[in-house]
Ligand binder design. Structure first.
Ligand code: WTA
Length: 665
């Protein structure tokens, strides 16, 4: 990277620009802005021809497609629909007989630091054997399989094995509660659950299997015939005879060869639940063809992946980032990748830097929350500052999940990237399948805090409520005006909600509404994401619906009468959850208030998972409401931030409760 063209470090007006160095441009897959613009022009000139070319170049088809895009039932778009392929074959089998077959596919580092490696050939054998074990338990093409696993090679193998036999997986993050698991098991109609007895995180053993038992005991899960248990630790666990089987038992005697089952390009590869603006999580359904295409192509474009790279995405397989950039993309692209079981702060907050040095990581992809917490740790303890490790193997850095503030960007750029590595600030969502707006390391001049420009073929724009384009500099709603191959296909079992959530009638019903606000810079037309415009919060890069947390709170029927949840900016987690609660008893104060707030926090952790715990709980005898009974959320947002109320409160039925709710517990 060359020197920034302006050294003024201002938070408000970001005018530092970091163009790629000549060297980076020279060796890049997309070399320079002209190369980027040429691809955009190709997509502009012949949209379908462009995607058809990429689909043929990136994927191996067992039956070639003849039609690229079918818009006849928009917004239920179909891509490459008459083509057949298998996602697992496109991640593994494709490398057999090439120099990649004996290359390391995964370097696994366990929580305690133990390292294991598998080559592509070995990984294929493990996936084949696991696929045969699933078949032996009656799992078939089209069945849904729930995966509730720690970050392990086995987790990736389970996902790939499902894909291999055409079963649709639904991974549930290991931090979600029994209730969340129960809800997802029923909604997906899962026939099997793949889990582990325990997971190891930060030196602690945390249960998984007992949570599965608890979820299944809640009833209504008769579809589940098998629970496969990976014995991650030697600790005992409770076995349900006839239903539970260990990995060792299931794999015994199974052949390592399993022919991949060809499926139609639109066959659902997976369902991944994410939060929306109502209480019930949405099962985002992805396709096999379009999704796998974009997983591979974005590895090559966004990260400029080269054969000698060591790639490390720190996301858990329970999130979309762990799907696209751990379980599928790196494998489809033939990369060597690091998979990490633990947490960034154990046994010390220099663990990431130590691991980059140990495994000679060259492409590192993580979330702003992690960066911010490691900045804090390095500020208070020199010993965990990245300068203590040799990070010269790095050449590209990435950020994902939430807006990265310019200060954190600069720290990452200087202290981790040595002012040498471009940072790709990748904007995308569970529904997008892969990156949609991002810089390219060998082309895009970088501006801290901006995800810059859409990838070729992605028609991103900023519009008003009617779908009309807004000029640069004017904030509005982020949309994508044309379909793209890796987009969400539907919400599992709820096509109406799919249409309503993402393709508003007021905009014509065929334009994808992201749910984020954004603004384009006046000079370059660069995109900057300003945050969600719906009732979704982003806490440490995890999506949480405010209604979901409200429903959890009011489910505590012995205590809670009413609850409203809002977000407030937080230096560390991006946003923090603030809950305003009306109890079925007098407003508590002092110790009692503290104790009740804690009780409610633990309750939410049990209902949804620890990530949904409100940071701040305020009690009042009512919520601020209009005379027609509508909760005035803008007032709650001001109260949450600790701001004085300057808004008009004349429509408020009960102005005195504002003082009550201003007090923290
Ligand atoms: C936010 C994660 C700013 C955004 C891949 C989006 C971002 C939500 C960025 C999706 C970014 C993700 N800059 N905001 N680079 N990346 N977001 O579904 O609000 O877990 O709508 O997908 O995260 O979160 P999800």
């Amino acid at each position: 990277m060359s020197e920034p063209t302006s050294a003024i470090e201002s938070v408000l007006v970001e005018n530092r620009v970091f163009p790629p160095s000549e060297d980076t441009v020279k060796n890049a897959r997309i070399a320079g802005m002209q190369a980027y613009e040429a691809l955009c022009a190709e997509a502009e000139k012949d949209f379908e021809g462009f995607w058809a070319r990429l689909a043929r170049e990136n994927l191996q088809w067992s039956r070639p497609f003849t039609q690229t895009l079918d818009e006849s039932n928009a917004p239920f778009y179909k891509w490459f629909a008459d083509g057949e392929l298998n996602a697992s074959a496109n991640c593994l089998d494709r490398h057999i007989g090439t120099p990649v077959e004996n290359k390391t596919a995964i370097i696994f580092e366990a929580d305690d630091g133990a390292v294991t490696q598998v080559t592509y050939k070995e990984l294929l054998a493990r996936v084949g054997q696991f696929a045969n074990a699933l078949k032996a338990r009656g799992v078939q093409k089209g069945d849904r399989v729930l995966i509730y696993m720690p970050m392990t090679i086995e987790g990736v193998v389970a996902m790939q094995a499902c894909a291999r036999i055409g079963a649709t997986h639904s991974v549930v993050f290991g931090g979600f509660s029994a209730k969340a698991l129960h809800e997802r098991t029923i909604d997906a109609g899962a026939v099997a659950i793949i889990t582990a007895n325990y997971q190891l995180r930060g030196g602690k053993e945390l249960p998984l299997k007992s949570i599965v038992d608890e979820a299944l005991a809640m009833g209504g899960c008769d579809s589940v015939k098998t629970v496969l248990v990976y014995e991650r630790t030697a600790s005992a666990w409770n076995r349900v005879e006839g239903r539970d089987v260990t990995f060792t038992e299931a794999l015994a005697g199974q052949s390592t060869e399993c022919a991949p089952v060809p499926v139609g390009a639109e066959h659902p590869l997976f369902i991944l639940y994410t939060s929306g603006s109502t209480g019930k999580p949405k099962g985002v359904q992805h396709s096999t063809g379009g999704y796998t295409l974009w997983a591979r192509q974005t590895m090559l474009w966004t990260f400029d992946l080269q054969p000698s790279d060591v790639f490390w995405c720190t996301a858990d397989i329970g999130w979309i980032t762990g799907h696209t950039y751990v379980a599928y993309g790196p494998l489809a692209a033939g990369a060597t990748q690091v998979v990490f079981e633990g947490v960034p702060t154990f046994p010390h907050a220099g663990r990431f830097w130590e691991m980059i040095e140990r495994h000679k990581v060259s492409i590192f992809y993580t979330a702003p929350t992690a960066i911010r917490s490691l900045i804090k740790a390095a500020d208070s303890d020199e010993k965990v500052h990245p300068k203590n490790w040799n990070l010269t193997s790095l050449r590209v850095l990435g950020s994902v999940g939430e807006p990265i503030n310019p200060e954190a960007w600069m720290w990452y750029y200087r202290n981790v990237g040595g002012e040498r590595c471009p940072i790709v600030d990748t904007f995308w969502q569970t529904e997008n399948g892969g990156h949609v707006i991002t810089p390219l390391p060998g082309a895009t001049p970088l501006v801290p805090g901006s995800c810059t420009l859409p990838l070729p073929g992605i028609k991103a724009a900023i519009v008003d409520e009617t779908g009309k384009d807004l000029p640069n500099g004017a904030g509005g709603m982020l949309v994508i005006k044309r379909p793209w191959p890796s987009m969400i296909r539907t919400i599992w079992g709820d096509p109406e909600r799919f249409k309503k959530s993402y393709f508003p009638e007021e905009m014509g019903g065929t334009i994808y509404l992201a749910g984020d606000g954004a603004v384009r810079s006046e000079d370059r037309g660069y995109f900057r994401i300003t945050g969600r415009i719906d009732d979704v919060l982003n806490v440490s890069g995890h999506r949480m619906g405010t209604m979901e947390i409200e429903s959890a709170l009011v489910a505590k029927t012995d205590l809670v009468a009413e609850a409203a949840v809002v977000g407030r900016p937080d230096d560390l987690t991006g946003e923090a959850i603030v809950a305003f609660v009306v109890l079925k008893r007098p407003v508590p104060t002092g110790e009692e208030a503290k104790q009740l707030a804690n009780e409610l926090r633990n309750w939410v952790a049990k209902e949804i998972g620890p990530i949904a715990k409100p940071k701040d709980i305020r009690f009042g005898e009512n919520l601020p409401k209009t005379r027609s009974g509508k909760i005035m959320r803008r007032l709650l947002r001001s109260l949450a931030k600790g701001e004085a109320i300057t808004q008009d409160t004349s429509t408020l039925e009960n102005p005195t409760i504002l003082d009550q709710l201003a007090k923290t517990n």
